[in-house]
Design a protein around this ligand. Structure first.
Ligand SMILES: NC(=O)C1=CN([C@@H]2O[C@H](COP(=O)(O)OP(=O)(O)OC[C@H]3O[C@@H](n4cnc5c(N)ncnc54)[C@H](O)[C@@H]3O)[C@@H](O)[C@H]2O)[C@@H](O)CC1
Ligand SMILES: [K+]
Length: 502
């Protein structure tokens, strides 16, 4: 599904109005009525509840006035709190209709804040129609006070379009923001619903259509996409096949410091359906690998850290079709840096660069740029190291992810609660997964899964999308969120693959 910024949705709204003559009051009407429909689906008998509708100065407030008017058809227990003297013309039209129906309007001022706080406390449902995608600066003053009171005392909050105070473009809080239970957004989710903290502040997110013509959407192609299983294929299985059909993965990792990481990667590669998985590692990792999965072919070549002398031992096993995973548990020894640089120069296969291998390549970005089919899978700390930027400017920075992918000719997977993936053209946002992945080993599983799919398809984008999406769902299947062994997530992968394939 397409994701939009505030400018993109405003442009679509404006073109619907100007180019196709769709009256903006009609769009507002549909926004309001669709919100009521979602509420009906959530709560059923809307007549049982009392409502306070907080309306801001823009068209978000106008949507609130349509909602308030429609609620009058269920109950008299509806109060509108107008937060601004100035309203848009569409909002004014709807305010007049609400008033003509006998609706109760309270104009917020410094003098009646305590009365309004009592209304917040005594209403069953608060409708937040304060700011939508038109929020343009930090929320301060009486607006901020009311938002904080709503967060403190509301029994249940429904946000219209986006929780007021959340930036639709970044998900960041501008000053202060409503913590919603339910958000009803129009036509497409906004970036702010998908990135934290906006993702959390939105509560349950529902997307409804309000009549932006499809032809208009098609004329304006999108580059930001919410990842679903529609965007990738899982490599096929053939009745007549053998291990050669499903490709070879070479995993290079492990060191004196880390033993289990490359083993997790190797098992994940097997779980992806790959035909053959070779693990180049230390003696210890090789032993551990065989203790866990006899299908791995471990080749112990390094004693503590990799160095240049190991390259010739690995090269005979790699051809252009081999999928190579470099980095799980590889450590940061200076000899390893030289090893990775020289190894990459000598191969032409698709490769996943993970963990400390990313760190060690920070001064060799040109090597990555010159190669085709390279995937790097940093978390924000690793990307901040790689790009020498502070972590705050890297986290959830989807523009940076796209620019970096394009600049260095990479497929970049920025791992986080919302993972961002870009090939330099499109930007995918993944929201599957939970805190069962917030522990050591999940990154190793991801790189192995990507490598495994890559061995079967050689499509860097689809392999990465599939792995990220599937690993997320595999974590959601674990019954006791967060208290899993990382290997238990590995064991859920086949079930998820089967479901995704359906
Ligand atoms: N025709 C349209 O454009 C449609 C708009 N719709 C609704 O309208 C919203 C967008 O409407 P608008 O563009 O009018 O914008 P908003 O209603 O989001 O808010 C903009 C208003 O808030 C003020 N403002 C912004 N930041 C502020 C701050 N920090 N403190 C105080 N005031 C601040 C602005 O000066 C402006 O008056 C959407 O989110 C959606 O809910 C829907 O009705 C569908 C159609
Ligand atoms: K809102």
């Amino acid at each position: 599904m397409r994701l939009v910024t505030s400018n993109e949705i405003k442009m679509l709204d404006q073109r619907a109005i100007k180019d196709f003559g769709i009256n903006s009051l009609i769009l507002m009407e549909r926004a309001g009525i669709s919100t009521i429909e979602v509420m009906w689906n959530e709560f059923k008998n809307l007549e049982k509840y009392s409502y306070a509708v907080f309306c801001g100065p823009g068209n978000n407030g106008g949507d609130g006035l349509v909602i308030a008017r429609e609620l009058l058809n269920y109950t008299e227990a509806v109060k509108v709190i107008l937060m601004s003297e100035k309203l848009t013309s569409e909002a004014t039209t709807n305010l007049n209709i609400f008033k003509s129906l006998g609706g109760e309007v309270i104009k917020l001022s410094d003098d009646n804040i305590l009365e309004v706080v009592d209304i917040i406390k005594s209403s069953d449902i608060i409708i937040d129609a304060i700011f939508g995608v038109g929020l343009s600066k930090n929320v301060v003053g009486i607006y901020a006070e009311i938002i904080n009171f709503i967060n403190l005392y509301s029994n249940y909050t429904v946000s219209v379009d986006i929780p007021s105070g959340i930036s639709a473009d970044t998900g960041k809080i501008l000053g202060t923001a409503i913590r919603s239970d339910l958000t009803v957004t129009f036509e497409f989710p906004k970036i702010g619903h998908i990135l934290f903290p906006g993702r959390e502040f939105s509560g349950k997110l529902k997307v409804v259509k309000i009549g932006i013509p499809k032809v208009l959407q098609d004329l304006n192609p999108c580059d930001k996409i919410l990842l679903t299983k529609d965007y990738f294929n899982i490599p096929k299985r053939f009745k007549e096949s053998n291990k050669g059909t499903y490709g070879k993965v070479v995993i290079i990792g492990g060191s004196k410091d880390y033993i289990g990481a490359p083993v997790l990667s190797s098992i994940a590669a097997i779980r992806s359906g790959a035909g053959k998985v070779l693990l180049f590692s230390t003696e210890k990792s090789a032993t551990v690998a065989l203790n866990h999965e006899l299908g791995i072919i471990p080749i112990a070549i390094s004693k503590d850290y990799f160095d240049k002398s190991h390259i010739n031992l690995i090269l005979p096993y790699i051809d252009e079709k081999t999928s190579v995973v470099i980095g799980p548990g590889i450590g940061r020894n200076p000899s390893t840096e030289e090893f990775i640089v020289e190894l990459l120069k000598s191969i032409n296969s698709p490769a996943v660069i993970d963990a400390d291998a990313i760190y060690l390549l920070r001064n060799h970005k040109n090597i990555l740029s010159e190669k085709k089919n390279i995937i790097i899978t940093p978390h924000p700390g690793e990307l901040s190291n790689f790009l020498e930027l502070d972590i705050d400017s890297v986290k959830y920075n989807y523009k940076l992810v796209k620019e970096t992918a394009e600049k260095y000719n990479l497929l970049l997977v920025l791992k986080d609660v919302t993972t961002i993936i870009s090939d330099g053209e499109k930007i995918f946002f993944n929201v599957t997964g939970n805190t069962s992945l917030s522990k050591g080993g999940s990154g190793d599983i991801l790189s192995g899964l990507i490598g495994g799919f890559l061995a079967q398809s050689s499509n860097v984008l689809e392999s990465s999308l599939a792995a990220v999406y599937i690993l997320g769902i595999a974590s959601e299947l674990y019954e006791y969120e967060g208290y899993n062994l990382i290997t238990e997530i590995l064991n859920n992968i086949p079930k998820v693959i089967a479901e995704v394939k359906e």
